[in-house]
Design a protein around this ligand. Structure first.
Ligand code: ZN
Length: 273
């Protein structure tokens, strides 16, 4: 799946889980409108994290030079493109890092500011920069990605510091959605990395009972290739309703945040009380 598409599915997943699902299924309402808004952008960025395993990928230059260093480390540790980061273990590790970062905070002792969540703030800057880059909001300029993502992270830190509790969950969701997105394209993902279950020969040569080669690859990756190749027409068509849903959900949360509570059907869908 393409970068921008990963970002859109990440934002849509966040809107679904934090604003639609609590209404539809009666889950607790733990995330505020600010959380829906900010989280949608952070989750869009988190949905690009698994592709930080590739030094020439789009997001490597999203926040130069820091993003280049991050990608270099991830690429080395995860064994290269579409390996460790595209597995269950990869999701667990990314989530654990986000969780550990939530303990990195500084008590300023200043009244009105109090404790500053440094760890989640830094992660937010990086993920927002990924999202802006993949959605083509920032181009290759050096300054704009930094200013936009730092300002956004600072705004959340100052106006809604209590929002950061959802950061590890947001990272987990983004990574899962990314891997599901790649799972439904031709190449698939190695869910069980570093374990490698190569497909048996009979599943590949067409001489067995069924030909499994589209679903179970020689390199051990699994796929449910309903979208075909990454960037296919099918992928673009699939992304139209997904992106629309994300955009409307974000606009709805923004309206609610501004104190506008529209009544009717869409409230039920996008979770305004
Ligand atoms: Zn990927």
């Amino acid at each position: 799946m393409m970068g921008g598409h990963h970002a859109a599915t990440g934002a849509a997943a966040w809107v679904a889980v934090t604003s639609t699902a609590p209404f539809a299924f009666g889950w607790y309402e733990g995330v505020s409108d600010t959380g829906v808004l900010a989280g949608a952008l952070v989750c869009a960025g988190a949905a690009l994290l698994p592709d930080a395993d590739h030094h020439s990928g789009t997001i490597a230059n999203a926040l130069s030079p820091v993003s280049n260093w991050v990608v270099k480390v991830v690429e080395t540790v995860s064994g290269g493109h579409r390996k460790g980061t595209h597995s269950i273990l990869g999701v667990v590790v990314f989530t654990a890092i986000a969780w550990l970062l939530s303990f990195v905070r500084v008590d300023t002792g200043i009244e009105g500011i109090g404790t500053v969540q440094v760890g989640p703030g830094i992660l937010c800057v990086l993920l927002v920069a990924f999202a802006l880059k993949a959605l083509k909001i920032t181009r290759d300029t050096k300054i704009l990605p930094w200013t936009t993502s730092v300002v956004l992270a600072a705004l959340i830190a100052v106006f809604a510091p209590e929002e950061w509790f959802w950061m590890p969950f947001c990272v987990a969701l983004g990574c899962v959605v990314h891997n599901l997105g790649d799972f439904i394209t031709t190449n698939g993902v190695p869910w069980f990395w570093p374990l490698k279950f190569r497909s048996p020969r009979w599943a590949r040569d067409g001489k067995g009972i069924i030909e499994l080669t589209s679903f179970w690859k020689r390199n051990g990756s699994l796929a449910m290739p309903i979208l075909g190749n990454a960037g296919s027409v099918r992928e673009w068509i699939f992304l139209i309703p997904v992106s629309l849903y994300a955009v409307v959900g974000i606009v709805w949360a923004l309206l609610s945040q501004m104190g506008y509570y529209p009544q009717g059907f869409w409230n039920q869908v996008f979770g305004i009380a």
